[in-house]
Design a protein around this ligand. Structure first.
Ligand SMILES: [Zn+2]
Length: 432
């Protein structure tokens, strides 16, 4: 594990939004020891603020304090930007370059106030490597909970090569055309350190590509090995099958009928709608070059509208929604910029209050990084992932976006250096 902060860290003053849904309140002192929150409330008498050798103080006077954001759907190792020698698709033919780029990308994510990400699919075992480098203290970055290459059958999303090619090793899909092949892949990925298995049905939900028995086989094997299962499912049939097979979360579910959603409610798993990607495509569609990506704006708009309806239906049925953006899925979903846009969509179109959206993106999203009950709330005993903002996100939920109003990021009890170094800026330029 990374070295602990030797000093006691105290966040004084400011307004506290603790992630539990309780109304904002005046903060006196949040005391952090090691990587955990020790106390919240009045400054304990044994903490001497003048003792600068042992105590570090952050004065958040006039500012807002809340748990670090979690993005429940963020890709790290896809092959963008396209440069010479890389693959043309989302995969990447050069893992060495991709790994370094991924390492840089996650630092941008952290500096924008996102202290945890769930990574539903990537290339090679890049994401496992980046997660471990952060854990071991080789570099700073958010907490990462990662899948490997997503399990697909012929015709699923990310099965982009002709059948005589299959899915090459640099693809983000891994072709498995039977339950046996899928189980073998679960075992292989488990051996190499993934936290969860990503399955993927058809691209737009136009047809059901995975049999319920196949999903069940993956769930049984993954759960036996302490791995979770997330599935890309836009279609009605696949959402119902996934719910009945007991996956841990469903991504999208926009074409699900009321009956399918009842199956999800019965299964008790959350949905990660991920409207941000669609909103970004619809909003930027006109400015993004047509040669860069095939954009079907009308179809995307329809999916977006369905997801907004889903947000309302889910509440009625008691289905929990988690907050994810699909950052890193394409060259226009840039790191550090979109992670809080989903909260704006939840508020604007989903019937959520700003406080409810914040709870979803912090306390509830902790589930998507395997740390439910341990992070995402500012209460004693929790892991100390905290951000300080110069503007009130309850008054305007958009101030969370792009890290523009971030004053401090504390991850695992340690303040993060928010100024990237010169050479990193040069790299950023070269890579974009
Ligand atoms: Zn995705």
């Amino acid at each position: 594990m990374a070295a602990m902060n030797a000093k006691t860290l105290v966040v004084r003053n400011g307004t506290l939004i603790d992630g539990s849904g309780k109304p904002s309140a005046r903060n006196d002192a949040i005391v952090i020891e090691g990587n955990r929150i020790k106390s919240v409330g009045a400054l304990p008498p044994d903490i001497l603020l003048e003792d600068r050798r042992n105590v570090e103080v952050i004065d958040a006077g006039g500012q807002w304090i809340m748990p670090g954001l979690i993005d429940a759907h963020c890709h790290v190792s896809y092959g963008y930007p396209m440069i010479k020698g890389e693959g043309k698709g989302k995969g990447t033919t050069r893992p060495e370059f991709s790994t370094l780029k991924s390492a840089r990308s996650v630092q941008k994510v952290l500096r924008s106030g996102v202290t945890g990400i769930s990574v539903p699919g990537g290339t090679w075992f890049t994401d496992v490597g980046i997660r471990d480098a952060i854990r071991l203290g080789l570099m700073v970055g958010p907490r990462m909970y990662v899948a490997g290459r997503m399990i697909v059958t012929y015709g699923c999303i990310e099965d982009d090569e002709p059948s005589w090619e299959g899915t090459p090793d640099h693809s983000i899909g891994k072709l498995c055309n039977s339950a046996d092949e899928m189980v073998t892949e679960v075992r292989r990925q488990g051996k190499h350190g993934v936290n969860f298995i990503k399955m993927a049905d058809s691209r737009g939900g136009e047809s059901q590509m995975l049999a319920k028995e196949e999903i069940s086989a993956v769930v049984a094997e993954a759960h036996r090995r302490n791995l979770r299962v997330g599935i890309h499912s836009r279609g009605a049939g696949s959402t119902r099958a996934a719910a009945e097979a007991g996956v841990d979360w469903i991504i999208h579910a926009d074409l699900a009928t009321d009956r399918d959603l009842e199956a999800v409610a019965k299964g008790g798993m959350p949905i990660i709608p991920t409207a941000t990607f669609l909103a970004t495509v619809v909003e930027l569609g006109k400015t993004v070059g047509a040669e860069q990506v095939q954009l079907d704006i009308t179809r995307m708009k329809r999916h977006f509208d369905l997801l907004c309806e889903l947000m309302h239906k889910a509440r009625k049925l008691g289905i929990k929604l988690l907050v994810g953006t699909d950052t890193g899925n394409n060259s226009f979903t840039r790191y550090g910029e979109l992670h809080a846009k989903e909260l704006e969509i939840f508020v604007k179109y989903g019937g959520y209050s700003p406080m409810e959206a914040i709870v979803a993106a912090t306390r509830d999203n902790a589930f998507a990084i395997g740390l439910e009950g341990q992070v995402g709330e500012i209460t004693p005993g929790k892991l100390a992932d905290i951000i300080v903002l110069s503007k009130d996100p309850i008054a305007d939920i958009t101030v969370l976006q792009g890290g523009k109003h971030i004053s401090w990021v504390i991850k695992d009890g340690k303040p993060v250096d928010l100024e990237p170094h010169e050479e990193m800026l040069a790299f950023q330029h070269a890579a974009e």
